[in-house]
Design a protein around this ligand. Sequence first.
Ligand SMILES: Cc1cc2nc3c(=O)[nH]c(=O)nc-3n(C[C@H](O)[C@H](O)[C@H](O)COP(=O)(O)O)c2cc1C
Length: 71
Amino acid sequence: MAAQTIMLAAKAMDYDSCPMIGFDPKQVAKLINLPDDHIIAMMITIGKALKPAAPRGGQLPLNEVVFNDHF
Ligand SMILES: Cc1cc2nc3c(=O)[nH]c(=O)nc-3n(C[C@H](O)[C@H](O)[C@H](O)COP(=O)(O)O)c2cc1C
């Protein structure tokens, strides 16, 4: 939720963003002197996109992805 809020806020400020989990969290923790009681869940880059994002596949029908109370 926090990541999405940051990404939406960036967009509202005319920036682009990209979420990433493909990094070595231990090495990054070392680089930034991360305290022992913290973990890195993901990273978000924020900046100006060089090119537009690739087109999306589209929205799946809601009756395929939304379940109310039970499957
Ligand atoms: C939680 C999350 C983590 C992601 N991690 C990576 C990543 O480590 N490396 C990567 O290339 N794309 C990652 N992606 C996908 C990219 O953010 C991006 O959507 C993808 O590269 C497609 O780029 P486009 O939006 O310009 O088409 C991740 C997406 C999400 C939602």
